[in-house]
Design a protein around this ligand. Sequence first.
Ligand SMILES: Cc1cc2nc3c(=O)[nH]c(=O)nc-3n(C[C@H](O)[C@H](O)[C@H](O)COP(=O)(O)OP(=O)(O)OC[C@H]3O[C@@H](n4cnc5c(N)ncnc54)[C@H](O)[C@@H]3O)c2cc1C
Ligand code: SF4
Length: 325
Amino acid sequence: MLPQFSYVRPATIDQAIAHLKAGDAAVHAGGTDLLGCLRERIISSREIVSISSLKDLTGIKETADGGVVIGALTTITEIGNNPIIINKYPGLARGAADVASPQLRNQGTLGGNLCQKPRCWYYRGEFHCLRKGGDMCFAMNGENQFHAIYGHDHICAITHPSDTAPNLVALDATVKVAGKKGKRTIKVEDLHVLPVDDVQADTVLKQDEIITHISIPPPPAGLYSSYRKVRARRSWDFALAGVALALVIKDDAVLQANVILSGAAPVPWRSTEAEKVIEGKTLTAEIIDKAARAAVATATPLAKNGYKVDMFRGVLTEELQLAGV
Ligand SMILES: Cc1cc2nc3c(=O)[nH]c(=O)nc-3n(C[C@H](O)[C@H](O)[C@H](O)COP(=O)(O)OP(=O)(O)OC[C@H]3O[C@@H](n4cnc5c(N)ncnc54)[C@H](O)[C@@H]3O)c2cc1C
Ligand code: SF4
């Protein structure tokens, strides 16, 4: 059952920020995650601030320099189907199309997708774990088959749930944020928080801050952008292992590589090891194998998720092979 809360739908961003500033309030965009979190007592806000009337926060627009700005309230469906996104950033379009089910994509927004809470079953259940302010991580020695193999530091092993975030990181995207102290821009790569830095924080956003827009720089000449997600069921599962690639390829050589893993770590996980191997090289079978091995060499799997190591090696190999042809 949902707890009691008051509900407001401000007409301006300043009014929305004023409500959030007042204290115990949460942003409501599409509500597909928020309502579940309220029901599961993961979020205990007494005031829900709907931003759905803020029309400035919708839509996808090309910028004069050839980049794209996406309003935070733009639905995942719109992103997956938009011809500009499909043409310029196919990896992001694929990531959006791979999110959840058609119903959730129609209702869920990009801002909400970036800020959604993790899916660890202890966290979503009745376990008062570290992330909820308790004193232990139940997954560390428990049922951790779907948990992280990177970046958990044996503190909290959630995997970041978003399929759009790894693509936005790969594409060097930024979020524009508005709050009581004004506006600021944050790289999507710096938006999410590792457990070692703060086990209870999902993002670096302050209580009164709202993501208004997501900006993606113009695609560089020779950009190869892709996303691959492995999941247990095709219908609506989160990633077991995924990879977002943004490679700049010229004359058969990879000039610049962004290799971001999903389903891997508490944040979208950059494989600097794989990037180092492929940058400046042609994607031969030998280089691809070396990169995939380097990517998994630093993994720290838990007792029940060692299978993910082979899965990431395989997914990365296949995706780099596709990029190389
Ligand atoms: C069954 C199920 C399966 C799913 N599978 C996937 C999947 O495979 N891949 C995937 O990527 N996602 C998946 N999701 C997550 C889904 O994509 C998100 O629920 C959705 O994108 C959230 O968008 P929303 O607009 O509904 O957010 P809301 O539910 O409204 O909000 C989610 C969170 O973000 C905050 N928030 C929302 N907008 C903003 C903003 N503009 N600024 C600051 N904070 C904000 C809210 O306060 C809340 O904490 C799944 C969800 C469900 C329920
Ligand atoms: S992995 Fe994180 S969210 Fe899950 S039980 Fe451990 S501390 Fe809690």
